[in-house]
Every structure is written in C-alpha cells, then in structure tokens.
Design a protein around this ligand. Structure first.
Ligand SMILES: [Zn+2]
Length: 301
C-alpha cells in the first residue's frame, strides 16, 4: 500500500514563556520569526521532533505544546503567526491508508434550518449553548468596533477584543465539530452529506448563513479525515430537492421555508422536514455508490 492520508497538526509555540527561549536563543529566534511574519508563512526543514521539543532548520530547538500526539511520519512543517500574535507550527504527516471496509450501515446528514444537523436516524443536533453565547458576544464586540473612530487607541483595543473573541468562537466550534464528526463516524460505515456548493445557496437565507456554511465545510472535512482512518466512506451528494421530495414515496411535496413539517398527501408520511431531507440524502448516497460499483464492474468485464 502506498496510499497515504495527510494529517495536519497544529502545535503552539509559547514564544516568551520558556527558559529555552531566553537570552541569545530568544533574540535569534525572534529575529527569524519576525522575518517569517513579514513574509507570511514559511517552510522550515524539520530536523527533529521528540517529546515537547521541535527542532527546525534555521531556527533551532523550540519548546512546543501539543494538542494531540502526531500520528505517522512528519513530512513538512510550517511556522505561522495568528492575528493574536500566537505562534504555531503546522506539521503535516503521512499516515498509511486503512483499507476500506464494505459499508453495512449508512447515515444521511442534512444541514438544518433551525438545528445544525438533522440525521436520517431521526435525531437533530444543536450547537451547544456556550457556542451560541460566544457568537452573541462576538457580534456585540464587532458592533462596538464599528463605532470607534479610525486610528484611535480605543479602536485598536476594540479590534484586539474582536480578534480574541473570534478565536474563542473558532476553538469552541472546532472542538464541538470534532465531537460531532466522531459521533457520525462511530454511528455508520457510510456517511452521506449534501454537497455545500450546489444546495447551500438555494436552501436558506438567514443572517448567520456564512458562519453556518463555514462550520458545515469543516464538519465534512473532519468527518472525512476520521472516516479515512477507520476505513469508512464519506459521500457527497447533490441535495437539490431533498427537502421537497417525500423520502417514502418519492413524490414532490413543495413547501416554503416556514413549513417545518413534511406531510405527504400521497403516502401520508409526516415528519420533520430536515429529517425527511436527511433520509433523501442517505438514499442518494447509497444509490451513487451502487451506480459506481455497477459501472466499475461493467468496465472491468
Ligand atoms: Zn410520500
């Protein structure tokens, strides 16, 4: 097997927090980091990586904080500064692909209008309350910033506050999306999502849409990487009409965005509109796989 997955790892470099960076080394390191900051991202050669130390070419040995253990062989590393002035090393490692298992169970995931996701098993998942609170705090801080005079000290302070809160929001969201994607991968062998670009714009128009789109993309990305490690499969399907179609008898049941419940005049099915959509997404995913398998077989003959 020479197929690999690339894994991304982020490690925090506590620039001013450790004795190893004091004195001459610190001056040297901060000079280099400054150069990198001006030029943006820059690749450095990884010399060594052991325990809590990272040795990079042109930089030397630096102490790091790991969020999790790095799996596989590290291929490249990049040093990056975020807008709060924290330094990170991004390590990319290669992990051997797990041979895919034959999917026996499937789950469809729909991006909900009210909740974050609706699952074909009948559950819906909401954002945790702390995340919603943090988002509110962020919008207050942003409004506050927009009222400050350009070039003023208050504006600078308000800007720093926005940056701090938005990083908190991002961390909370990522943590939650990691849990959710793990739950999805644990629950089925085939996980079917709607493809964002095709259906996203058609489906809803509420204010926080761009934030939700971003979370959606990340959820798919996290699920894909976890699925690859478990030998499971993620399918993306064109989800046009999935909210209109009846998941039981396939007739079109047009509904407005305000209608929360799918009620089929043909077969009598009555259920939450997003759950109905997730069932359609699951069907599309299974059908897509079956079609490709048939195509592969006939091409092989
Ligand atoms: Zn029906």
């Amino acid at each position: 097997m020479d197929k690999y997955n690339l894994n991304y790892h982020l490690v925090w470099i506590p620039k001013y927090r450790h004795p190893v960076l004091a004195g001459e080394v610190a001056t040297h390191l901060s000079d280099i980091l400054h150069t990198i900051a001006e030029k943006g991202c820059r690749d450095t050669q990884l010399r060594d990586y052991a325990g809590s130390k990272l040795t990079l070419s042109k930089i030397g040995s630096i102490r790091i904080f790991k969020h999790r253990e790095v799996e596989g062989k590290i291929k490249t590393s990049t040093i990056k500064k975020d807008n709060l002035g924290h330094w990170y090393a991004i390590l990319i490692s290669e992990v051997e692909d797990v041979s895919p298992i034959e999917p026996k169970t499937a789950i469809g995931v729909d991006v909900g209008l009210k909740s974050l996701v609706a699952l074909s098993g009948g559950e819906t998942v909401e954002y945790p309350r702390y995340y919603v609170m943090a988002e509110k705090k962020l919008s207050v801080a942003q409004r506050n910033l927009s009222r400050k005079k350009k070039g003023s000290a208050n504006r600078r302070k308000a800007k720093a506050k926005v940056a701090k809160i938005s990083q908190d929001v991002q961390h909370h969201r990522d943590e939650f999306l990691h849990q959710l994607s793990k739950m999805l991968v644990d629950s089925a062998d085939l996980i079917v999502f709607e493809c964002l670009n095709i259906s996203g714009m058609l489906k809803n128009h509420h204010l926080a849409k761009h934030i939700q789109d971003h979370a959606w993309g990340k959820l798919i990305q996290f699920t894909q990487s976890k699925a690859a490690k478990a030998g499971k499969v993620v399918e993306l399907v064109d989800a046009r009409y999935t909210s209109q179609k009846c998941s039981q008898c396939s007739i079109m049941v047009p509904k407005t965005l305000a209608e929360r419940v799918h009620i089929c005049p043909n077969c009598g099915l009555e259920m939450d509109r997003d759950i109905n959509a997730s069932l359609n997404i699951r069907t599309l995913g299974l059908r897509g796989r079956a079609y490709r398998d048939t195509a592969k077989e006939s091409a092989g003959q």
